[in-house]
Write a protein that binds this ligand. Structure first.
Ligand code: NOJ
Length: 574
């Protein structure tokens, strides 16, 4: 069959049918399981930066409640909230003092109830962050451990060890913190002498729990039930690969984050991916399954090699796991093709849905990342600045590609506005512990955590009525505001809304996947078919000819004379 379409320039083009051709190989079959989380779009809220209702310049739970309508309008299935628990905020709330209470910065437990009730009214599920690897050094259990003697049950909730060397002056092993420096801190005992050391894979204010201790298990089961009883749909589990450490805590000369390096395969890192960690999730899964509704666990298990992630989503464990290899993939069609192929292979092998993600609160936003070569450890004022137009064009294309992939998708607040990082944050505003622990060598993650612009004008673009904002926004953000973009058919926000609506209508999240063989010779192109929708993303430098009715384009001038321009993507149908 051939059809005629109007392109953006109104040329008439003869088009071929869009279906999976005989030579296209389906590498992922349509999902016959309709449980919501297998194909959902989950929107990450970073509470500090979503919306502020109190005027202190820090986002809060009533602010989230007020913003839920806009997420309904966007078309997401669920929200995932980064931590809002009581915390001294040494690591953006991933340092928890009280797991069952809301930090006054964010409101109260009543505010949480109001928020979740409103979300339920709107048909939006609520997932919250669980931080089981470590707590805050202000946590009551850690304070008790410090006050107790070496060898006591209180100390056994954490990983305390005597130091090496004649007087115990050296750390128990050579592990490094993710945020630079040693992963051990020595304590001053009650009698004023220097004493034992405790392990912290992150900041010294984040002591690691000892998951060999059943009391720790019981404590987290209590926490799970507390929030499940409140009606949360599930948990995103922080560093879900780190809880159990290898017996004897052997030295590790590989990378602190467990990524493979020559001679040090990530699979051998003694602090990650130990077999016993999976028993924890099996027991949590049983708890979730004992509740009504389809409750879920999602693993942040950034293991190497990447396909190991699938071990976290075996039938009796978690439901989803973040796909870090997709998040880390550069603007490179060949690499992306490999990641997509490997992801389907790994997740399909255990019957779990693949997830896809382009941005989160730990990573330079994709609108900035795709406009520069510097991607790791944040972008600061002294770095070469990203090409904003290029970054946005690629980010929109990448989003269209992602939202047509079968499986679950994660969005990070602000990406629907095409928000870039604030790459000009001055040192005095910095908050990320990695900036401080590295003596400023690592810029850190503040740039992607800046408060959202809601309206065109005002000191914080409507983030806070007082105009305050805990991290500085940028002047150019007025036209990126939600208000400005809602009125514009061609805005990034309008593209996201349309993509999410079409994704739902065509059930793309449950669809099948085949790379389109007709583009096999175009090395810079990602082209695939999901059901009756074909997606073509041009990651190369030359326009490529495309055929089909344009359902959605990453920008209005994506196709000229039947050719898809570089850094653009389209959804096509017959
Ligand atoms: C992963 C979280 O995403 C990150 O923000 C945090 O710093 C570390 N885990 C430690 O909790």
């Amino acid at each position: 069959m051939t059809v005629e379409i109007q392109t953006s320039r109104n040329e008439e083009v003869l088009l071929a049918d869009i279906t999976v051709a005989a030579e296209d190989q389906i590498i992922h079959q349509r999902d016959t399981d309709s449980r919501w989380w297998r194909s959902s779009v989950i929107y990450q809220i970073y509470p500090k930066s979503f919306r502020d209702s109190s005027g202190d310049g820090i986002g809060d739970l009533p602010g989230i409640t007020a913003g839920l309508d806009s997420l309904k309008e966007l078309g997401v299935d669920a929200v995932w909230l980064s931590p809002f628990y009581k915390s001294p905020q040494k690591d953006g709330g991933y340092d928890v003092t009280d797991y069952c209470d809301v930090d006054p910065l964010f409101g109260t437990l009543n505010d949480f109830d109001t928020m979740i009730a409103r979300a339920q009214e709107l048909g939006i599920k609520t997932i919250i962050d669980l931080v089981p690897n470590h707590c805050s050094s202000e946590n009551v259990h850690f304070k008790a451990a410090l006050a107790a003697a070496p060898g006591s049950p209180e100390r056994d909730m954490f990983i305390f060890r005597d130091g090496k060397g004649e007087t115990g002056e050296l750390p128990p092993n050579n592990w490094k913190s993710h945020f630079e420096g040693s992963a051990w801190t020595r304590v001053v005992e009650q009698d004023g002498t220097l004493g034992q050391w405790y392990l912290h894979l992150f900041d010294s204010s984040q002591p690691d729990f000892n998951w060999d201790n059943p009391t720790v298990h019981a404590e987290f089961e209590r926490i799970l039930r507390f929030w499940l009883d409140k009606g949360v749909t599930g948990f995103r589990v922080d560093v879900a690969h780190a809880l159990v450490k290898k017996a004897g805590l052997p030295d590790w000369d590989g990378k602190p984050n467990g990524k493979s390096s020559p001679g040090f395969p990530g699979s051998e890192a003694p602090m990650f991916g130990q077999p016993e960690v999976h028993d924890i999730y099996r027991s949590w899964r049983r708890i979730l399954d004992s509740y009504e509704g389809d409750r879920v666990l999602c693993a942040e298990a950034n293991v190497d090699p990447a396909p190991r992630i699938a071990d976290w989503v075996r039938k009796d464990e978690m439901h989803q796991a973040f796909n870090f290899s997709y998040l880390y993939c550069n603007w490179d069609a060949e690499a992306l093709r490999t990641v997509i192929t490997d992801s389907f292979a790994a997740f399909d092998a255990v019957g779990a849905p693949t997830t896809w993600v382009l941005s989160n609160h730990d990573k330079v936003r994709h609108a900035s990342r795709f406009g520069t070569d510097k991607r790791a450890d944040g972008i600061g004022p002294d770095d070469v600045q990203p090409d904003a137009a290029l970054g946005l064009s690629r980010a929109r294309a990448a989003t269209l590609c992602m939202l047509a992939l079968p499986g679950g998708a994660y969005l990070y607040q602000g990406e629907e506005l095409g928000l870039p990082d604030n790459t000009m944050i001055a040192p005095e505003f910095r908050q990320d512990p990695s900036f401080f622990r590295s003596g400023g060598k690592r810029i850190g993650r503040d740039g992607c955590r800046v408060p959202l612009p809601w309206v065109r004008s005002g000191n914080s673009y409507g983030f806070s009525e007082s105009g305050a904002s805990w991290l500085p926004q940028q002047e150019s953000w007025s036209e990126l505001s939600r208000e400005a973009q809602r009125e514009n058919q061609n805005s990034t926000l309008s593209m996201y809304r349309r993509a999410l609506a079409l994704r739902k209508e065509f059930e793309l999240g449950r669809g099948s996947f085949a790379f389109s063989s007709e583009f096999a010779d175009e090395s810079g192109v990602i082209a695939f078919v999901n059901g009756s929708t074909q997606v073509v993303m041009n990651m190369g430098t030359e326009p490529v000819e495309v055929f089909g009715n344009v359902l959605l384009a990453s920008d209005p001038a994506s196709i000229i004379d039947g050719y898809l321009l570089p850094n653009r993507a389209v959804w096509l149908t017959a």
